[in-house]
Design a protein around this ligand. Structure first.
Ligand code: SF4
Length: 245
């Protein structure tokens, strides 16, 4: 592949759902992960083997460092300046209402588990027979979307709080620019995770009546998370990430 075909740093703006991404052929991260998978198959390596797993993590960290250096170079920032900076203090996460709601929302993993246990066999059977009813198709889509985005709510909320504090504690103008982009991209990704999880749950609510009360409870939690996000950053829904919005 021609190196110039890659879009530098595109993976910093995406929701990492490569299966549904239009940029797989222009994304270095996708290519690296695919190559890693091929290597595991060729060398008969088990990616869960601690040795293989550790090597993969080391490679990923080296690649991340290389990507960071490229980004700094692009922005004319000397890495030495960053290394001499003190690390910002750990945020007091509990002082942010959005954090406490996102923590409560981690119980959505149980809901997801229960939904999978109830429907995955029927969906598999329908797919095998190429005879998936419209209702099961919608449940399948709802589960895929909820399964992909709901875990991101907690992760992105934590990241947003960090980015929020880093941005407001940053005195260097150039670094503030980087922090601002990080802040808005993270906020947008959280917004996407929340709104997509909400729409998946609304969809599942129509079809999975036995889970209605849990689903409604999670819809209410997500709505409150979204309200908190809008209080912090009302401009987030309009923010446009490069390439994706
Ligand atoms: S840009 Fe697309 S292909 Fe690359 S990591 Fe993100 S979702 Fe995956």
């Amino acid at each position: 592949m021609n190196e110039e075909n890659f879009i530098a740093g595109i993976y910093n703006y995406c929701d990492r759902w490569c299966e549904r991404c239009n940029y797989t052929d222009r994304c270095r991260l996708f290519r690296t992960d695919a190559e890693k998978d091929i290597q595991h198959i060729l060398y008969d390596e088990d990616p869960h083997d601690p040795k293989v797993f550790t090597k993969d993590i080391e490679d990923s960290l080296n690649e991340a460092m290389q990507m960071l250096m490229e980004k700094l170079k692009e922005m004319n920032i000397d890495p030495e300046d960053i290394q001499s900076e003190e690390l910002p203090p750990e945020p007091v996460f509990e002082s942010y209402p959005i954090n406490n709601l996102a923590e409560e929302f981690t119980k959505s993993m149980d809901l997801l588990d229960n939904l999978y246990n109830s429907y995955s066999e029927k969906i598999k059977e329908g797919l095998l027979k190429e005879n998936l009813t419209q209702e099961l198709r919608e449940i399948n889509e709802g589960l895929s979307v909820f399964g992909w985005y709901s875990p991101q709510v907690f992760v992105k909320t934590k990241r947003l709080i960090r980015a929020h504090e880093e941005y407001f504690g940053q005195e260097d103008e150039k670094m503030r620019e980087i922090d601002e982009e990080e802040l808005f991209v993270t906020g947008k990704l959280l917004y996407i995770a929340v709104t997509n999880s909400l729409s998946a749950l609304n969809n599942l609510h129509e079809h999975c009546s036995e889970f209605n009360s849990e689903i409604l409870e999670h819809i209410s939690l997500l709505t409150r998370i979204n309200e908190e996000l809008m209080k912090m950053y009302p401009e987030i829904p309009e923010y446009r990430r490069p390439y994706f919005d």
